[in-house]
Design a protein around this ligand. Structure first.
Ligand code: ADP
Ligand code: MG
Length: 770
């Protein structure tokens, strides 16, 4: 027992130590717990404060942008949206109206395009508005979602708050428990003492209590840790919710900005549309005004026109009425007028008829008389005609009294001319007289019948007679610009021959010769100096021919020109002074027309001799010597011979002295028989040439006034262009005493005595002139 007592004592000591230790531990534990409780209380306090803050924040947030605010905002937006929609609709309506209005008046105006563009823009804007609307709906949806989420979060927050309140409750309860426990523990030292006292007996119990306390302590610690965990979670949750809230707020702001922008854009577009609309309306209005103004002006013009037209219309109506009346009466009037006119006309026609009949009768009688007279004339005159041609006064005649005009004409008789010689007027009558102004063409017209008779087989001679410078060469050759008889005759022959080409073959040949000092020379030959002989044809036909005389066949005017050129050149080269030489020689152009009638084989030959005679002026016997005298003698002889031949021919003498000169001998066959001769007597009108002019005219008249014997050949009417010379019958036959026959006595009844006395006077005259 002692031992166990000792042991127990030891045990008791150890336990006491242990107890002390435990007490210490407990005290520490108490301290710990106290501080812990203090800490916990502080923590709870801060938590509470935080919770309060959180609640306040939440309430604030709710008030600021809580679900109701967001909803309000959304509602506001929706309302705005609706308003905009309505506005847009109104705008569309207006626009449609406007389009309708514009379409109606100006279907083809340029604004239609503009309108189309605007419509397109409008539709684009509408599309954009649609999109914006869709976006708005989306945003609405999103806001809805966000609000839902916010509500959820709030709900969760509420839950967590409730939980936390519960936990707080629990904690505070536990704290109270702990405090109670601590208080109880404090009150325990007696107990412990008791315990210690009883430890000895109840150590097991103490031990159990201790362990219980320990376990409880542990549990409390666990609880605190759990609380801490929950707190942390709650803080985290709070942070998350704050973050979400910030995000949400930013999103809302963004949406708001976007909304604002969309709205602004819409407003702008609407403004632009409005402006566009206004402008279009204004333009249409101004256009309409302008058109209206024009229409007004037109209207005013039309009104004034109408006003002025009314009186005109009145007068027109009046006129019309009177015309109508006239027209009504017109047929009757017309009928009457026609009737009277018809009567007048038929009467007039009757009168005209009777007059015509009378005239025709007279005309026929006249014609017969004329024919008779003409036949008589031709019979009287034979085939020898004498024309006179007076050249104009030229520069060569000089000036002053010498160049004065001494030749005048009879206005009523183109066959008479008067010469003032030595103060005395002498009259001459020829077959025709050409005054200075007569053209080459007029002269040729008088000659052309002679030329054409050549085609029918007649021989023709045309002589140009007169003093040098009186116009012989001008009449025969003419100038290049104004050709004379030569060229015109050949041209006429060509055209006539062409006209007869259907039945006849014609050959026209040309020869050119010159007679100088009674020597015949070929102007177209190779040796012009060679003197040619005139010979009788050996066939016994009595025809003459010139062996060696060159003949050129010509077919056109060009050919003739070549021939003339050739002959002219020959003449020029052969003589030193052509003018002088040509005035001293006779120049002959001999045209032969040979025809063959193809159907009958009949042959015809006609010769046209165109002779430019040597100057007829008398050369003073005393002044001339040698060759000049010889020339003058030859010329005188040949011209006298020509006069003699013509005289003999016209007076039908048995002997014609052809052989007295080369010229008459050469032209023998062209002067006799059926041949026709024309003497063109050229004179100068100048005062200084009057004595030569007198001589030439005397020669002409002498040749012409040769009385004819009985007709020995058949003269054809129409061969001579001599209808104008009918009056010859009425005129006295000459100035000789024998010619003073009374007009009552017809020419046909001239007695042989009268005839012979006249012939004698003429012969006398011829002799006196040499
Ligand atoms: P002829 O041959 O008689 O000697 P021309 O024929 O040489 O005379 O004429 C002399 C001048 O007179 C020429 O200059 C010519 O041109 C001119 N002459 C002659 N007759 C006329 C006329 N009828 N018209 C114009 N000029 C003429
Ligand atoms: Mg001449």
């Amino acid at each position: 027992v002692m031992a166990s007592m000792a042991h127990l004592q030891k045990e008791k000591l150890r336990l006491q130590e242990e107890l002390l230790e435990l007490q210490e531990k407990l005290a520490a534990q108490e301290n710990n717990e106290l501080s812990l409780s203090f800490q916990l209380q502080g923590q709870v306090e801060t938590l509470k404060a935080k919770l309060l803050e959180q609640a306040q924040e939440i309430s604030r947030l709710r008030s600021e942008l809580g679900g109701t605010d967001a909803e309000k905002h959304r509602d506001l937006l929706a309302a705005e949206n609706e308003r905009l929609r309505q506005e847009m609709k109104a705008c569309e309506g207006e626009l449609r109206e406007l389009q309708r209005q514009q379409q109606a008046p100006c279907r083809d105006c340029p604004h239609l395009q503009e309108n189309a563009g605007l419509q397109e823009q409008l539709s684009q804007l509408q599309r954009e508005a649609e999109e914006t609307r869709a976006k708005l709906v989306e945003l609405d949806l999103e806001v809805q979602q966000k609000t839902n989420r916010l509500a959820e979060v709030e709900l969760r927050l509420k839950d967590s708050l409730a939980e936390r309140a519960e936990e707080e409750e629990r904690l505070s309860r536990r704290l109270r428990d702990s405090q109670e426990t601590i208080a109880s523990l404090k009150s325990q030292p007696q107990q412990i003492k008791y315990i210690i006292k009883t430890v000895e007996v109840e150590s097991a119990k103490a031990k159990q209590a201790l362990s219980e306390t320990q376990s409880r302590n542990q549990y409390l610690q666990e609880q605190v840790g759990m609380q801490k965990q929950v707190l942390k979670e709650m803080e985290q949750q709070l942070q998350r919710s704050q973050k979400t809230e910030a995000q949400l707020r930013a999103q809302i702001m963004m949406y708001e900005a976007e909304l604002e922008r969309a709205h602004g854009q819409m407003l702008e577009e609407m403004q632009a549309m409005e402006e566009e609309k206004n402008r279009a309306i204004e333009e249409a209005f101004s256009r309409a005004q302008v058109e209206m103004k024009a229409v007004h002006e037109n209207l005013a013009g039309v009104r004034t026109n109408l006003l002025t037209l009314q009186p005109a219309l009145r007068t027109l109506t009046h006129d019309y009425n009177s015309l109508k009346r006239q027209v009504r009466d017109f047929p009757q009037l017309l009928q009457e007028t026609l009737r009277s006119a018809r009567a007048e006309i038929s009467q007039a026609i009757e009168e005209v008829h009777s007059t015509n009949r009378e005239l025709l009768r007279k005309y026929r009688r006249e014609l017969q008389l004329r024919k008779k007279c003409h036949n008589e004339l031709v019979r009287l005159k034979g085939n020898i005609r004498v024309f006179g041609r007076v050249r104009p006064i030229t520069k060569e005649d000089g000036e002053g009294p010498e160049a004065a005009n001494a030749v005048t004409f009879d206005a009523d008789d183109d066959a008479v001319l008067y010469l003032l010689h030595k103060g005395k007027q002498v009259s001459f009558e020829l077959d025709k007289v050409f005054p200075p102004q007569a053209s080459q063409e007029e002269v040729f017209q008088e000659v052309q019948a002679l030329v054409t008779s050549c085609i029918d087989g007649y021989n023709v001679c045309i002589f140009a007679y007169g003093q040098t410078g009186a116009g012989k060469t001008y009449t025969m050759e003419g100038t290049a610009a104004n050709p004379g008889i030569n060229q015109r005759a050949l041209q006429l022959l060509f055209s006539e021959v062409r006209g007869k080409a259907a039945d006849w073959d014609y050959a026209i040949t040309v020869s050119a010769a010159e007679i100088y000092n009674e020597a015949l020379r070929d102007l177209l030959g190779k040796e012009p100096q060679e003197k040619l002989e005139i010979k009788l044809c050996p066939d016994g036909s009595g025809q003459l021919y010139v062996p060696g005389l060159t003949e050129f066949r010509v077919q056109s005017v060009e050919d003739i020109n070549k021939v003339f050129e050739f002959g002219h050149i020959k003449r020029v080269t052969e003589c030193t002074n052509l003018n002088e030489h040509s005035s001293r020689s006779h120049a002959l152009l001999i045209v032969t027309v040979r025809g063959l009638d193809r159907s009958t084989g009949l042959r015809t030959t006609g010769k046209l001799n165109l002779v430019d005679l040597a100057g007829s002026e008398r050369v003073g016997r005393s002044g001339a010597e040698g060759s000049r005298l010889r020339e003058a003698q030859h010329i005188n002889k040949s011209l006298s011979a020509l006069g003699d031949v013509i005289y003999a021919l016209r007076s039908r003498q048995g002997h014609v002295p052809f052989r007295n000169s080369k010229l008459t001998y050469l032209l023998q066959d062209s002067l006799s028989g059926d041949s026709k001769t024309l003497m063109m007597v050229q004179v100068s009108p100048a005062e200084k040439n009057t004595s030569e002019t007198l001589c030439s005219l005397k020669f002409a008249e002498r040749v012409r006034s040769v009385e004819l014997g009985p007709v020995s050949r058949k003269a054809e009417l129409g061969s001579w262009p001599s209808q104008e010379h009918l009056e010859v019958l009425k005129t006295p036959l000459g100035d000789s005493p024998g010619s003073a026959a009374s007009p009552g006595r017809g020419h046909a009844s001239l007695s042989p005595g009268q005839l012979s006395s006249r012939s004698a006077s003429i012969r006398r005259k011829l002799h006196t002139s040499g």
